[in-house]
Ligand binder design. Structure first.
Ligand code: UDP
Length: 352
């Protein structure tokens, strides 16, 4: 079987690494990797290929820094050309980026079956580009690999036939389980006790008022507990554009590699984030999470009270921080499978 893997953004490299390890065990499976180029900085792309030993992409389309339409359109064209040349049996796409949608659409039009890793997740907020990408990708894919029971119900509610839905567990958990023992500290000197924060979603960074309000909340928390903030390039630019500076209680560092991120997750007291992936990783390492968004796709975490949805509301963020500082948080077991989801997905596709 020849798989054509399409990746382009940081969380996709982390997810695809687990599948690469699984594919290597099968001599009868060949993988062709196309990198769309959506993330291109060394610390947003190359570092993950090195640390996680992902095979070098066979093709890099180098498409980045455009409007959504231009980016998706150029990707569609570039991916189609490569699909026609490679003639794969299966196309595999991950998550919810423009690379995901472009890959699924190019393949579906050529009648090549698509596997969607992380299918069925919904924020029910169609203003998010990620939500548009994931809904459309799900409806043109053959194998919908769902990380959670909630993802399965979402697809059932949208009328997707049962024979397309597979509950596999979460591939990010595969990666965390495999790499946890290799965690290593970032090179920067950091406080002994800290809260880990990441911030990069368009709805937070692209509105200067919301960004300023979030900075105020972070500064207020940092008076109690210093923050470590690996700064996404988009957020750095938006902070600069808005003339916002951060105090020394917020330890701003460059984006870190995955092994350093695992170290930060192990050592942090609490996580504050608008990332999808980091909310789950907080749970993997039994850390409470304050989500700086208005909704989450990982509803099981909020149902167990280990993740609080606070948006950019200063009162809610402050209350959640105090609550998690003062009360013992109990973490349920095994919400995201057994760490072997890539194996389940590959076996499913091999039985095509
Ligand atoms: N991540 C990382 N270094 C960083 C920030 C994030 O390795 O400096 C990892 C993080 O651990 C998670 C993934 O990147 O596995 C999440 O990516 P991101 O927040 O960019 O995207 P999202 O999950 O929101 O789609």
């Amino acid at each position: 079987m020849k798989i054509f893997t399409i990746i382009g953004a940081r969380p996709q490299f982390i997810k695809a690494s687990a599948m690469s390890r699984e594919i290597e065990k099968h001599t009868d499976v060949q993988d062709f990797i196309l990198h769309t180029g959506q993330h291109f900085d060394a610390n947003m792309s190359e570092v993950f290929f090195k640390q996680m030993k992902i095979p070098k992409p066979d093709v890099n389309l180098n498409i980045h820094g455009m409007t959504h339409g231009a980016m998706t359109g150029q990707m569609l064209q570039g991916i189609e050309e490569n699909l026609l040349a490679e003639k794969p049996d299966v196309v595999l796409v991950y998550g919810d980026t423009n690379s995901t949608l472009a890959g699924a659409l190019a393949a579906a039009k050529l009648h090549i079956p698509v596997g969607h890793v992380e299918a069925g997740l919904r924020s029910f907020n169609m203003k998010m580009p990620e939500e548009i990408n994931r809904v459309l990708t799900d409806h043109i894919s053959k194998w919908l690999f769902c990380p959670t029971a909630d993802a399965v119900s979402n697809l059932e509610n949208e009328g997707v036939a049962d024979n397309h839905i597979f509950r596999t567990g979460d591939i990010m958990y595969d990666s965390a389980v495999h790499f946890a023992e290799f965690a290593r500290s970032p090179k920067e000197e950091l406080p002994q006790q800290f809260a880990l924060c990441t911030l990069h979603r368009a709805e937070n960074t692209d509105n200067p008022e919301i960004l300023a309000s979030l900075v105020q909340s972070l500064e207020s928390i940092a008076k109690d507990l210093p923050l470590v903030l690996p700064l996404h390039p988009r957020t750095k630019k938006k902070l600069d554009d808005a003339g916002l500076s951060l105090s020394s209680a917020i330890h701003c560092i460059e984006p870190v590699g995955y092994l350093e991120m695992l170290w930060l997750l192990k050592h942090t007291q609490i996580v504050l984030t608008d990332s999808g992936g980091l909310q789950k990783e907080a749970y993997f390492f039994e850390k409470a999470c304050i989500t700086l968004r208005e909704e989450t796709e990982w509803v099981e975490l909020t149902e167990y009270g280990i993740n609080r949805i606070c948006g950019h509301d200063q009162g809610k963020i402050h209350a959640a921080f105090q609550e998690f500082r003062l009360n013992k948080v109990v973490f349920p077991k095994a919400l995201y499978g057994d760490g072997h989801s890539a194996q389940t997905m590959l076996n499913t596709m091999l039985q095509r």
